[in-house]
Each structure stands twice: as C-alpha cells, then as structure tokens.
Design a binder for this molecule. Structure first.
Ligand SMILES: *[C@@H]1O[C@H](CO)[C@@H](O)[C@H](O)[C@H]1NC(C)=O
Ligand SMILES: *[C@@H]1O[C@H](CO)[C@@H](O)[C@H](O)[C@H]1NC(C)=O
Ligand SMILES: *[C@@H]1O[C@H](CO)[C@@H](O)[C@H](O)[C@H]1NC(C)=O
Ligand SMILES: *[C@@H]1O[C@H](CO)[C@@H](O)[C@H](O)[C@H]1NC(C)=O
Ligand SMILES: *[C@@H]1O[C@H](CO)[C@@H](O)[C@H](O)[C@H]1NC(C)=O
Ligand SMILES: *[C@@H]1O[C@H](CO)[C@@H](O)[C@H](O)[C@H]1NC(C)=O
Ligand SMILES: *[C@@H]1O[C@H](CO)[C@@H](O)[C@H](O)[C@H]1NC(C)=O
Ligand SMILES: *[C@@H]1O[C@H](CO)[C@@H](O)[C@H](O)[C@H]1NC(C)=O
Ligand SMILES: *[C@@H]1O[C@H](CO)[C@@H](O)[C@H](O)[C@H]1NC(C)=O
Ligand SMILES: *[C@@H]1O[C@H](CO)[C@@H](O)[C@H](O)[C@H]1NC(C)=O
Ligand SMILES: *[C@@H]1O[C@H](CO)[C@@H](O)[C@H](O)[C@H]1NC(C)=O
Length: 467
C-alpha cells in the first residue's frame, strides 16, 4: 500500500516538473473526478503550456470562477505569480465544500479543456445509535432509524445478521423522509432481540449502525427441559425424592418482567397452604426460576406441591407429584485412563446399578430408577489439608452421551493435582461418593513449547519472505 502511494506521488511530482514537447499546446487537470465530504477544503490544480488563451476554471453552471475578493471568499481561483501563457498553473480553491458544489468543473483555454466531476457528500449521522425499547405482547412497536445524508444512504434493518424484509404482516417498513421505520406487529416473547439498522453511503465509504434492544413484556410461559416453550397455563411433573435427604424442586418459566413465584402445599387437590419459609424457597438471580428445597424428614412430606408464577401479563403454574424414589447405588469402580493439560478422563462403572440405556428399558419403577449419569466433584489438593469439598467444582455427565464407560471432565487447570470423587445420579438424587485414588494431576502446559517456538520462528520469517 505504501509503495502504491509513493509511486502515485512520484508520478504527480514528475507530471508537475516535466515539460511536454516544446511548443506543443497542453492542458491538464491534476485531479480525478471524486467525492468530497461537505465542509472540507480542496485545491484542484490545472496546468497548461503554450496556451492560445488564458486558462480559466468554469463552474458547473458554466460561469468563469473569479479570483478571491471580498465578495468571493469561498470558491475562487489562485494563479501563480509568474503565470504566463507559456507556463500556467491555476488552482481552483473550494473552501467548506457544499452539496451545491457538486457537478462538472471545467478547466479551459481556447479549444483545450478538461472536465472533472465533483460530488460533495454529507455523511449520514444517526441520532440515538443505541436504544432500548419496550414492547407489549400482542401489540406492535415502531423502531426508528433516522439517517439524513447526501447522497441518500442505503438503509437496511437486520435481526441476528439476517436482513428483514417487508412482509406486510410481521414486519412493515415505511420510509418517511429520512426515517427508515420498522414496525414489528403482534409482538411475542420471540421478538425480544437486538435489531440493527445499517446505513451505507458507498460513495463516501461511510457505514453506520443503529442498535435497538427490544424487550417484549409478556405473560409467563412454561418451558420444558430443552427450554422449548410449552403453550399451556399449567402442567404436572413427577418428582422422586430420597428419604432423609433434601430434594430441590425447580420451577422455571420464561417471563418479562420477572414473575412473582409462590409455592403451595396441596392437600386433596386444593392449594391449602402457602409456603413462605425463606430458607426453603430460593429465587434465581435473573428472577425466572425458583427452587423449593424439600426436606424429606418423613412420609408426610410426600404428595402434591404447586408453584405459581405471576406477572402483570398473566400467570402459569406447575403441579409436582412428589413420591419416594430409590437412592442409587454408588459406582464400584473408577480409574484414571487419560489426561491432558485441561482435562481428566475416567473409566467409571456401577455393576449393581440399573443402567438400562436402551429407550425401552428405562425403568419408571420408583424403587428401581434408571441411572442418568454421574456427578464428579474436583478440588485442587492443598498440601497438608483435607479436601475442602465445599469449594469443589461439580461436573455432571450423562450416560446417554457415550457408549463407553469413559467420561472426560474439563476445563481444569494445567499441572494441578486434584481430589476427585464421583457419585451416581438418578431422577431421585445421588448415591454416596466413591473417591478416586491416587489423586490425579493434569499435564504441564509446557509440553506445548515445541510448537510455540516454531510459531515464534515463523512469525519472524514470515515478514522477511513477504518483502
Ligand atoms: C514560477 O516561478 C518559479 C520560480 O521562479 C518556478 O519554480 C515555477 O515553476 C514557476 N511557475 C510556473 C507556473 O511556471
Ligand atoms: C458530468 O459529465 C458527465 C460526462 O459528460 C455526465 O455523464 C454527467 O451527467 C455530468 N454530471 C452533471 C452533474 O452534470
Ligand atoms: C399474533 O400471534 C399469535 C401467536 O403467534 C397468533 O396466534 C395470532 O393469530 C396473531 N394475531 C394476529 C392478529 O396476527
Ligand atoms: C432417616 O433417619 C432416621 C433418623 O435419623 C432413621 O431412623 C431412619 O432409618 C432414616 N431412614 C432412611 C430411609 O434412611
Ligand atoms: C439444593 O440447592 C441448594 C441451593 O442452590 C444447594 O446448596 C443444595 O446443594 C441443593 N441440594 C441438592 C440435593 O441438589
Ligand atoms: C432467565 O432470564 C435471563 C435474563 O433475564 C435470560 O438470559 C435467561 O435465558 C432466562 N432463563 C430462562 C431459563 O428462561
Ligand atoms: C473400564 O474398566 C473396566 C473394569 O476394569 C474394564 O473392563 C473396561 O475395559 C474399561 N474400559 C475402558 C474403555 O478402558
Ligand atoms: C431394575 O430395572 C432393571 C431394568 O429394567 C432390571 O434389569 C433390574 O432387574 C431391576 N432391578 C430391581 C432390583 O428390580
Ligand atoms: C440424555 O439425558 C439427559 C437427561 O438425563 C437429557 O437432557 C438429554 O437430552 C439426553 N440426551 C440424549 C442425546 O438423549
Ligand atoms: C452407540 O453404539 C451403537 C451401536 O453399537 C451405535 O449405533 C451408536 O451410534 C453409538 N452411539 C454413540 C453416541 O456413540
Ligand atoms: C498453566 O498453569 C499456570 C499456573 O499453574 C498458569 O499460569 C498458566 O496460565 C497455565 N497455562 C495454560 C495454558 O493454561
């Protein structure tokens, strides 16, 4: 790029100082047709040799451009002091270019002339480039994109990088003067998103974006395990709990604004007791789920519970049938089979577990629930201290994820020795722990050094080759 620029300037230099064949009339405008931004100052040179008449600049309207005077201070010509017909150099000066200056400007002397086309553009400025808008479920919302510029910009709305097309139904695009307005009709929770208005003026190499974060207020919606919306006001769920342990029952909904959760103990199908214990009811940070910690002290804790979620748009509820499930047996075998700088791989098995993997073998017998997978806990070894399991990180693995008994846990830190323990899990809860012995260590990241050195060498050689 630098070379190109240097060559360009050299050419320009030579074209100024070199003279054509002696005696031959010659005229040349030392600029190309181009686009200027409004407000800039430009000097456009026209040079001539052995001219039949005085060299003049003509404006797009065909008038001769005068020299600078008290009346004429913005657009004028400047001649060099020793200007002669034999050797002439006349600059057209445009101060604070205006859109009206656009057009064909001609440098002329007798029958010799050369014309360049000048376009003066104004970069489109976007008012309010970051906006947050709220919309209401079922209503419509209008997103403005006001982009005033010259030449008129090309404007397009996007959602997640896909251009939005006017379809009369969901998306209506109206151009009102400089406002390229997008109307989104019949809002639903799915319309909560970031919308981007892209403004382009190719001639000015100008690009600008406006971002609108749209939040649609909507009634709570039930979602399934895969976060798919379930269009119903209520549903029921089977919950298995283990005697003498706690069971976390999670009630998740999709709602804006975040809902108020209430938990009820139901007797004979009626919500006859509102549960209010702050220790047993926990609301997630983002406010769209609530966890009820059920303590299975005795069989009287079994039965029906209800979670209701309300906001100003509506409400939904989930009814949980809590029954006893079996505590799964602990794994009886665990062995380290592989490691890297960031992971550890274990061969785990539980010979006494119901690990039916085929769909038809999945047991719904609460006394013999199918094992879903394992739960690993890892915590770095602190020399001279017992494992601090409270500080451990948990990794869940599903049996249905792999055909083999090998499970890889990651990310872990390199060259670190960990305490690791594993337990079985089913729909009711967890087994007792089985500790991994001896404590495994991840690999040292330095093993990468070989390729790292190669990378450094290459990064030195590459610029040399490139020259
Ligand atoms: C005017 O004179 C100067 C120095 O005498 C010279 O460098 C310059 O090229 C001349 N300009 C023209 C347009 O001949
Ligand atoms: C300038 O001249 C070119 C070539 O003659 C022509 O195509 C163009 O329309 C002219 N532009 C204006 C603004 O008159
Ligand atoms: C609005 O959207 C909902 C859900 O997508 C649909 O059932 C309803 O018919 C739509 N209403 C209108 C007026 O298009
Ligand atoms: C639950 O705990 C009580 C008291 O600690 C004990 O008597 C009972 O056997 C335990 N039940 C189960 C199923 O472990
Ligand atoms: C239940 O949730 C609480 C709080 O998030 C957590 O401390 C506890 O370990 C969970 N219990 C079970 C059995 O998952
Ligand atoms: C909960 O709300 C947050 C934002 O408030 C959102 O990012 C998240 O996806 C929601 N989770 C569920 C399960 O709806
Ligand atoms: C896992 O361990 C069991 C018991 O030692 C062994 O039979 C099996 O081959 C191992 N599996 C793998 C993939 O290493
Ligand atoms: C548990 O279920 C599995 C698969 O359905 C079956 O093979 C096994 O015999 C059952 N175990 C008990 C103790 O019922
Ligand atoms: C595996 O089981 C988990 C629940 O234990 C489920 O969420 C997931 O979708 C299942 N994956 C496949 C591939 O079946
Ligand atoms: C598990 O094994 C079966 C047959 O042995 C094969 O069809 C299936 O694709 C395998 N699944 C995975 C996740 O490897
Ligand atoms: C390896 O671990 C050391 C500290 O133990 C850390 O500083 C370094 O960033 C780690 N390297 C990688 C690649 O994770």
């Amino acid at each position: 790029m630098k070379w190109v620029a240097a060559v360009f300037f050299l050419n320009l230099f030579y074209s100024v100082i070199s003279s054509p064949e002696d005696g031959e009339p010659y005229l040349h405008v030392m600029a190309r047709s181009s686009v200027y931004n409004a407000g800039v100052k430009r000097a456009i040179y026209c040079k001539g040799r052995n001219l039949p008449e005085t060299l003049q600049w003509y404006s797009p309207s065909g008038d001769i451009v005068e020299g600078r005077s008290s009346r004429n201070t913005r657009v004028y010509v400047e001649r060099s002091k020793n200007d002669t017909l034999a050797n002439s150099l006349v600059a057209l000066i445009i101060q604070e270019a205006m859109i009206e200056d656009s057009g064909n400007w001609t440098c002329k002397a007798g029958s010799l002339s050369e014309t360049i086309e000048i376009t003066v553009g104004v970069k489109a400025l976007i008012s309010d480039p970051d906006e947050t808008l709220e919309g209401e479920e079922g209503k419509s919302v209008k997103l403005d994109c006001i982009a005033k510029g010259h030449p008129s910009p090309v404007v397009q709305w996007y959602i997640e990088n896909d251009p939005i097309a006017h379809d009369h139904k969901k998306y209506v695009i109206r151009v009102k003067g400089d406002n390229y307005q997008l109307e989104i009709k019949n809002l639903t929770h799915k319309d909560t998103n970031e919308y981007v208005c892209k403004v382009t003026q190719k001639a000015l190499s100008h690009f600008a974006n406006k971002r609108v974060q749209l939040i649609v207020n909507h009634k709570p919606l039930l979602i399934d395990e895969n976060n798919e919306v379930y269009y119903s006001k209520y549903r029921t769920e089977e919950v298995y709990a283990i005697m003498n342990e706690t069971k976390n029952i999670t009630c998740s909904v999709l709602a804006t604004p975040p809902p108020t959760f209430r938990w009820y103990r139901r007797h004979d199908g009626f919500d006859d007791e509102l549960l209010t214990d702050a220790d047993t009811i926990l609301i997630s940070e983002n406010g769209n789920s609530s966890v009820f910690v059920l303590r299975m002290l005795d069989e009287s804790a079994l039965g029906e519970y209800k979670c209701s979620a309300d906001n100003n748009k509506g409400h939904v509820s989930i009814i949980y049938h809590v029954s006893l499930g079996n505590k799964p047996n602990a794994p009886d075998f665990v062995e380290l089979t592989g490691k890297s700088t960031t992971s550890l791989t274990f061969n785990v098995s539980c010979s006494t577990c119901n690990t039916a993997s085929a769909e038809e073998d999945i047991s719904e017998d609460p006394r013999n629930l199918t094992v879903l997978g394992y739960s690993f806990e890892v915590v770095p070894v602190q020399e001279g201290f017992l494992p601090d399991w409270d500080a451990a990180t948990e990794f869940l693995v599903n049996l249905n994820q792999s055909n083999s008994s090998l499970f890889t846990i990651s990310p872990l830190a390199n060259s670190t020795t960990y305490h690791v323990r594993v337990r079985t899990r089913n729909a009711a809860g967890y087994s007792d722990w089985l500790e991994v012995s001896p404590d495994p260590t991840t690999d040292l990241a330095c093993k990468l050094t070989g390729s790292f050195i190669l990378l450094i060498i290459l990064s030195f050689i590459y610029p040399l080759i490139n020259q």
